[in-house]
Design a protein around this ligand. Sequence first.
Ligand code: AMP
Length: 213
Amino acid sequence: MNIILLGNPGSGKGTQAKVLSQKFGLFHVSTGDIFREELSKKTPLGQEVAGYLSAGRLVPDKLVLEVLKSRLAKETRGLLFDGFPRTVEQAEGLDAWFDSRKAAIDAVIFINVSETEVAKRLGDRRTCEGCGKIYNIGTQPPQKPDVCDACGKKLLTRDDDKPGVILKRLQVYKDQTEPLLAYYRASGSFYEADGGQAPESVTAKIVAMLNGK
Ligand code: AMP
């Protein structure tokens, strides 16, 4: 099974992707995580994408597609995409790649959350520097302030979760990623989940949709 999660930054794609990939035995592909990892290791790719990430702009399509293809060349598990594709050009590149592997996308799930709500969530989001676990200081705080419940490492605010960059990312989503909704709606395997509820309820709805396929 190959799945794409679509939605605004802060809509809960990362949180859902972690749970769903475990549940269905899928390989979780987060282009954002890939770029942040390269950035923290200071690799040439990390240096190339640094400016885009800190400004909340999209990394160029050609580079994103190259990185993904090389990362996924040997992967045989089903794939769960989180944060990719983000433009129609990336979606077309992904379609061509699946065609070449004689595979297909089984479900595109749009996690729908209002812009006001995601802006608040992004400002309240904290991410563990060790294991990547995501918290919300308002609705899902850690037991000890700024310390990860799972691994004990420090919780940080992502650089691109700072106020000015949040606004830019939401605008970029509207301009460049939202057109994907129409692209995939036409495909027949498009599902929409109300992402305004608690993460567990959103997961339950998505699981029910996937099991009913
Ligand atoms: P995310 O963690 O998915 O919100 O991604 C963080 C940042 O990484 C984005 O704001 C972009 O700068 C970059 N990025 C992640 N995925 C993509 C993608 N598919 N296309 C272009 N840029 C991306």
